[in-house]
Structure formats: structure tokens, C-alpha cells
Design a protein around this ligand. Structure first.
Ligand code: ATP
Length: 360
């Protein structure tokens, strides 16, 4: 926080629909500023495929320095299928930031907002309110850029470390405790793995069990990822907080975003001990960019998550309240009939932004 108590936010809008969803989120924060004692200082910085195309780098050093100095980082979406490194992989500064800032906990809430259609039968009556915590610095992604491919075979190595897993589980238990304190009944924490087949996941589960002993007040469960996928589709309301390896979380968090209406609805945060990046779950959606169709809800809810994290970090009660105010405004906009183009409705970015701003 700077001398005048303004929270300094690094803003990396990125590529594709990134800037289109970032603008509404900043509008929400400016309105919060006008309504509360919170002050923000936004500094925009380049990152992504367009920057790579122009300069040969996914982001300049000045962007990293800005992120180091800021209180929090807001990111739109980065990468374009048409812009690639020489090895054919996409430009992903958002993944680089996870490694650079050791953002091991990828937090992906999936809450079904009343009025939003879910593909799951009876979800409108039972509700969905779960959080996937995706370890974000190791697992199979530890092999990124290091895989070995010959004409005959390809190898990528999965890494699970005690240091990261223990911090990940502590974070997960703490989140389950906070959700319980905020009134979540019948909640708990589920460890999702493949401990029946791989030693690495047996190790993962063993460390989870050790952490569970330190948090006896949290109800725990252990599931294999394949069985868990089926249960998520059949009874998503049975889940509260779920913690898993990077690749499993990559896949299951897209699925849970699907359960609550679509990619545009899902917020996320990548959190470490000191830094955190807040961005929607979705990518740059080049198929709809520049058409005013992007749903900004996931980005707006990511900004709300940022406020909650800043509140926890700096003891700022008003930031926690502001985060909840944004969530309630989103709920009201949908209760009043907003229906994004993303799931068959008529409302694009401008309508959704206007409705949430009006409810704020
Ligand atoms: P990445 O690999 O970066 O996650 P992706 O190509 O897998 O990206 P997205 O860019 O998230 O996936 O797009 C997947 C689909 O979801 C596309 O059809 C896209 O139009 C749609 N989509 C994604 N985000 C939104 C949004 N905010 N509003 C509406 N539709 C969206």
C-alpha cells in the first residue's frame, strides 16, 4: 500500500477478449472507490501474444517489476492460437507469473448464480457452491518446456514436492475453515488424486492426511480423480473445497466452470505466500473477440476475489465488504433477468456491465 493508502493494482489486460472484460471490472472497482473509503491506483502494463508479436517477449521486465511492487495483479486473458513460440507452444505469461511469483494455489470457485442455467438436472434447486484448488507450480506442468520428444517417443515428468504440497494443504484447510465460519454447513475438504495407481499421488495423499490431523475440525474426504469426475456431474452440491494436482485441476476446473453456466461465469485467483494474480478462468476466446459478446462476469468476480484477498492480507474490513457487494450486485443483475449470449441469451458485454453497475 502506498503512502496515501491507495491499493496499487497492476492491470494486465492481455489479448483477445482480455481488454474487453477488464474494462468492466475496472468500472466496478472505480464505483466501489466512489462508494467506500477504499482507494485504488491502477497501472496498466503489457503482456501476452500481441506483445510477443511486436517485441519477441511475452512481457517486458517492466511488467514483472510492476507486479512485484503492486499490492495485487489483475489479469484479463493472454495468448492467441495464431501466435506461437518456435516450439509451437502458445504465449502464456499468466503461467510464467505463477512460476515467477510461486503462486502455488490456483483457486477456482464455481458458484451457480440463481437464474443462471446449469446443464445439471436439479442444480437450480440444490445449488452449486464449490471451490477447486489447483496446485499451480508443479505437477505435470513442472515439465513445461522440458519435455523430451524424439521420433519414437515423448516424455514429460510430473513433480510433487513436500514443500509446495504442505503449503497447498495448509491454504486449502484455511479456506475450508473460512467458508465454514461464513456459514457453509456440511462443508469440508476433498483431496482428489490417483493414489491407487501412482506413487507420486500416494505421496500427495499421505501429506494431505498429515495436514488433516492438524485440522481435525474440517471434515475431509479422499477421491480418485476419475470417480470424482463422475460425482461432480451427478451431485456437484455434495462438494465444498477440493484440492488437487495441477493437470487434474486444469481439467476439472474447466468442467466445474461448465457446471455453473460457462467459461465466462468463472472467476479465479493464483495465490502464493506474498503475491496473487486474479483473472477469469477463461482464455482469450478469439472466436468472439471484438464483437461485444464476451461475458465479463468471471472477470468482475475475480476483482471481488481480489478485494477479499486484500482484506485478509491487510486487515481491511471495507475491502471484504466491497468484495461481497460486487458479488451481490452480480447476483441481482442475473436475478433481474440478464442472460449472456454465451448461454443463448441476448446480453453482451455492455448490457451485463450496465446491469451489474446499476445493482452496485
Ligand atoms: P485457454 O487455453 O487459454 O484456456 P481456450 O481456447 O481453451 O483458452 P477459451 O478462450 O476460454 O478457451 O474459450 C473457450 C470457449 O468459451 C470459446 O468458444 C469462447 O468463445 C468461450 N468463452 C470463453 N470466455 C468467454 C466469455 N468471457 N464470454 C463468452 N464466451 C466465452
Amino acid at each position: 500500500m502506498s503512502a496515501n493508502n491507495a491499493l496499487h493494482i497492476a492491470v494486465l489486460a492481455g489479448d483477445g477478449i482480455g481488454p474487453e472484460v477488464m474494462a468492466p471490472a475496472l468500472e466496478m472497482l472505480r464505483k466501489i472507490e466512489a462508494k467506500s473509503d477504499l482507494k485504488f491506483r491502477f497501472t496498466e502494463a503489457p503482456a501476452g501474444a500481441n506483445h510477443y508479436r511486436e517485441t519477441g517477449k511475452s512481457m517486458p521486465d517492466s511488467t514483472i517489476r510492476l507486479c512485484e511492487e503492486a499490492d495485487a495483479i489483475l489479469l484479463g486473458a493472454c495468448g492467441l492460437p495464431s501466435v506461437r513460440y518456435p516450439d509451437n507452444t502458445e504465449i502464456m505469461p499468466q503461467v510464467e507469473l505463477r512460476f515467477h511469483f510461486d503462486l502455488y494455489a490456483g483457486v477456482r470457485p464455481a458458484r451457480l448464480i440463481p437464474g443462471v442455467p446449469s446443464p445439471i438436472v436439479r442444480a437450480d434447486q440444490r445449488g452449486i457452491d464449490l471451490v477447486v484448488i489447483r496446485e499451480s507450480t508443479e505437477g505435470l506442468f513442472a515439465s513445461m518446456g522440458k519435455g523430451v520428444v524424439t521420433h519414437e517417443e515423448a516424455r514429460e515428468t510430473l513433480v510433487i514436492t513436500r514443500k509446495t504440497s504442505e503449503r497447498l494443504f495448509e491454504f486449502s484447510f484455511r479456506l475450508a475453515e473460512r467458508r465454514k465460519a461464513r456459514g457453509r454447513v456440511n462443508g469440508g475438504l476433498t483431496c482428489v488424486d490417483k493414489a491407487n495407481v501412482f506413487k507420486a499421488f500416494a505421496f500427495f495423499r499421505e501429506m494431505f492426511d498429515e495436514a488433516a490431523q492438524r485440522h481435525p475440525e474440517v471434515k475431509t474426504d479422499r477421491l480418485y480423480v476419475d470417480a470424482c469426475s463422475a460425482m461432480l456431474v451427478k451431485r456437484p452440491w455434495d462438494f465444498d473445497v477440493m484440492v488437487m494436482e495441477n493437470m487434474f485441476g486444469d481439467i476439472l476446473s474447466d468442467m466445474t466452470a461448465g457446471l455453473i453456466g460457462g467459461m465466462g461465469m468463472a472467476p479465479s485467483a493464483d495465490i502464493g505466500d506474498r503475491y496473487a494474480v486474479f483473472q477469469p478462468c477463461h482464455g482469450t476466446a478469439p472466436d468472439i473477440m471484438g464483437q461485444g459478446k464476451a461475458n465479463p462476469t468471471g472477470m468482475i468476480l475475480s476483482a471481488a476475489m481480489m478485494l477479499d484477498w486484500l482484506a485478509d492480507k491487510h486487515g481491511l474490513e471495507s475491502a471484504a465488504e466491497a468484495g461481497e457487494t460486487i458479488e451481490r450486485a452480480v447476483d441481482k443483475a442475473y436475478a433481474d433477468g440478464i442472460k449472456p449470449i454465451e448461454f443463448g441469451g441476448r446480453n453482451g458485454t455492455a448490457d451485463i456491465t450496465k446491469a451489474v453497475l446499476a445493482a452496485l
